[in-house]
Ligand binder design. Structure first.
Ligand code: GAR
Length: 208
């Protein structure tokens, strides 16, 4: 089977990137890791692993459009099949997002559509939710609002600190993101219109 050409975009720690690399999926050819921050821990880790890396430092560009254009030029040079945002903490312009429609995915630390945006774990605790989790979704123009591919739930325990809850969610992120990318590589997931098409509906029942 033809390998999926993948680019991963990060901004920091890169634990989801590590989970993707460590699954050593024979269907995946990780072509490039791009970070907008030169000192990102995940970038240094990838470089040490011998994975091609690039920095597009947002602070070197006058505005979002010029940054996104530089990012797009870098990405298009590789002609990837899929771009995975993995803790990439920049908002992307509608032009960029529509250019990659159907091949741009993200992982978000909440059960979307609940708790879009930042500080999800803290907000879940403040709202006294009993369930929390993570979501893999296609990226569309609406921030954290694109069609959902896969979710994993975790319980919120009465004595949870933000850190404990974040750790529990992150364990699930490391499971569902490589899984979703694998299904994409198998051709089992596509964005059709504004909906996710899944080849075999039973694969959505993956639970924690
Ligand atoms: C992850 O929890 C990811 O879901 C979140 O950032 C963290 C990155 O961790 N992403 C977002 O909040 C995007 N809105 P990592 O760098 O260790 O993968």
């Amino acid at each position: 089977m033809k390998k999926l050409k993948l680019i991963v975009l990060i901004s920091g720690r890169g634990s989801n990137l590590k989970a993707i690399v460590e699954q050593a999926d024979p269907l995946i050819d990780l072509q490039l890791v791009i970070s907008n921050r030169p000192q990102a821990e995940g970038l240094i880790w990838a470089h040490q692993k011998g994975i091609p890396t690039a920095v597009i430092d947002h602070s070197q560009y006058p505005n979002r459009d010029t940054f996104d254009q530089a990012l797009q030029t870098k990405i298009d040079h590789c002609q990837p099949d899929l771009i995975a945002l993995a803790g990439f903490m920049r908002i992307l312009s509608p032009q960029f997002v529509s250019h990659y429609r159907g091949r741009l995915i993200n992982i978000h630390p909440s059960l979307l559509p609940a708790f879009k945006g930042l500080h999800t774990h803290q907000r879940v605790l403040e709202a006294k939710q009993r369930e929390h989790g993570a979501t893999v979704h296609f990226v569309t123009e609406e921030l954290d609002g694109g069609p959902i591919i896969l979710q994993a739930k975790v319980p919120v325990l009465p004595e949870d600190t933000e850190e404990q809850l974040a750790t529990r969610v992150l364990q699930q992120e490391h499971r569902i993101y490589p899984q979703a990318i694998h299904w994409f590589a198998e051709g089992k997931i596509q964005l059709r219109g504004n909906q996710v098409w899944i080849a075999n509906q039973s694969i959505t029942s993956l639970s924690s």
